[in-house]
Ligand binder design. Structure first.
Ligand SMILES: *Cc1c(COP(=O)(O)O)cnc(C)c1O
Length: 429
């Protein structure tokens, strides 16, 4: 195939003149893989359709939210029904109560929950709450983990190991990151060392229990258990950022799948089913520190927005009533893993596939279990593969540092397309 991009190119050119980089979120610009982004016109089931009328099997799924596929009938119906009743009230609704009850039922570690409008807000608010609750300031995050774009999380990883954080973005004052401590994912010793030095001042440890923002990286045995232990010993709050993993790896996210309890949980992505919903929740005694009943301030004009909540609630309800979705997703993603191995083992010497449930990524390196290993992987080959697959009608995340997300809409037909696209991939031009 050689797909024309006349409309996408035209739209990208015009957008760049009026939107920074032509996009409203940086990774959409294809900066890492090169080339020009496809402008998407619509999406149905497992497919995206671009402005030039080409179809792609979608393995981004809006970076996770579309776990049931695009424009899934029961969800569309629920949103349509709400649309007729008005868009936003700025007052509490019964739906928000139902949403909170559904979250607490599906995620057993959540005793109380508050809705926000994005994963960024969820993480930012959970950290503030942990600091307010413990009356301490320092916290540990892991190199390569992403917790949204609030100032304290924007700390460059790399060799920042066991040192104070240096801001990874212009515009972030050093003051905002001076209490951000960086440890290495899957390396408990780096965490314990920080606790030895700063344990008295430690408010929290925040982690993606299965990392998805440096490609998919699965926690090694004992890593999360160790975090749980060290936090309990020091009275620090363990925050699981389940924005990617929540309601995806299991009903109760990574926490349920791996059998580890955190104190606070952050949600986004799947929880909104494609609409702007986030949430944070956890232990009641901590959540009661929030305004209006507690001293930690947090608010939002559109928090719990009726349209967004109707979409999120319908998504969670469907997942809750159709638990086989999770085993189906696991099976489909295992097939994808097999397709990759079948086609890569004779073509490329150094590669590995990391997977848990329906999160999967391919790294061109023998092993990737943390950020520095992810960075050392061969990006050139990934970028070549990305463009080859895109040309064959398969849409991967446009970066080697992002996990692929599988939706329940992917069936045999889509796996066939993936398989033949991988088959025709040549590492040499
Ligand atoms: C996407 C993501 C966020 C940020 O969520 P937004 O809705 O983009 O603000 C936070 N944490 C993790 C783990 C994420 O993957």
């Amino acid at each position: 195939m050689n797909l024309t991009q006349t409309q996408s190119l035209r739209l990208f050119d015009k957008s760049r003149a009026i939107i920074p980089g032509g996009v409203n979120s940086p990774v959409r610009a294809f900066g890492s893989v090169g080339g020009n982004p496809r402008f998407i016109e619509k999406a149905m089931g497992a497919y995206l359709y671009d402005a030039d009328g080409q179809s792609y099997v979608d393995f981004i799924n809006s970076w996770g939210p579309m776990i049931l596929g695009h424009a899934f009938e029961p969800i569309v119906e629920a949103v349509n029904k709400q649309l007729e009743k008005g868009f936003s009230f700025g007052a509490p609704t019964e739906q928000e109560l139902e949403m909170a009850e559904m979250i607490c039922q599906m995620a057993p570690g959540v005793e109380m929950v508050r809705l926000v409008s994005s994963g960024t807000e969820a993480c930012m608010s959970a950290l503030r709450l942990a600091r307010g609750y413990t009356k301490k300031n320092k916290f540990i995050k892991f190199a390569g983990c992403y917790h949204g774009h609030a100032d304290p999380f924007l700390v460059k990883a790399g060799s920042g190991l066991m040192s104070f954080g240096i801001p990874g973005s212009a515009g972030v004052p050093t003051g905002a990151t001076q209490d951000t401590l960086i440890a290495e994912f899957n390396d408990l010793a780096t965490v314990e060392a920080l606790f030895r030095e700063y344990g008295e001042e430690m408010a929290a440890v925040i982690v993606e229990p299965v990392a998805g923002n440096m490609g998919c990286i699965v926690p090694e045995k004992g890593f999360l258990e160790g975090l749980r232990k060290v936090c309990s010993e020091h009275g620090a709050v363990l925050i699981f950022d389940e924005v990617m993993t929540g309601f995806r790896l299991a009903q109760g996210g990574a926490s349920e799948r791996l059998g580890i309890d955190a104190d606070l949980y952050c949600y986004g992505k799947v929880i909104g089913g494609g609409m702007p919903v986030g949430a944070f929740g956890g232990k009641k005694q901590m959540m009661e520190y929030l305004a209006p009943i507690g001293p930690v301030y947090q608010a939002g004009t559109l928090s719990g927005n009726p349209i967004a909540v109707s979409c999120g609630l319908a998504t969670l309800r469907y997942l809750n009533e159709n638990k086989q979705v999770y085993s189906d997703l696991d099976a489909q993603t295992a097939s994808i893993e097999n397709i990759i191995h079948e086609n890569m083992k004779d073509k490329v010497e150094n590669y590995c596939v990391n997977r848990m449930g329906s999160m999967i990524s391919l790294h061109f390196s023998k092993q990737v279990s943390n950020y520095s290993e992810a960075q050392q992987a061969d990006n050139t080959t990934f970028n070549k593969l990305f463009h080859h697959l895109l040309n064959e009608g398969v849409y991967l995340p446009p970066s080697a540092f992002e996990t692929w997300f599988v939706s329940a809409a992917v069936g045999d037909l889509e796996l066939d397309r993936l398989s033949s696209a991988f088959k025709s991939f040549q590492t040499e031009p």
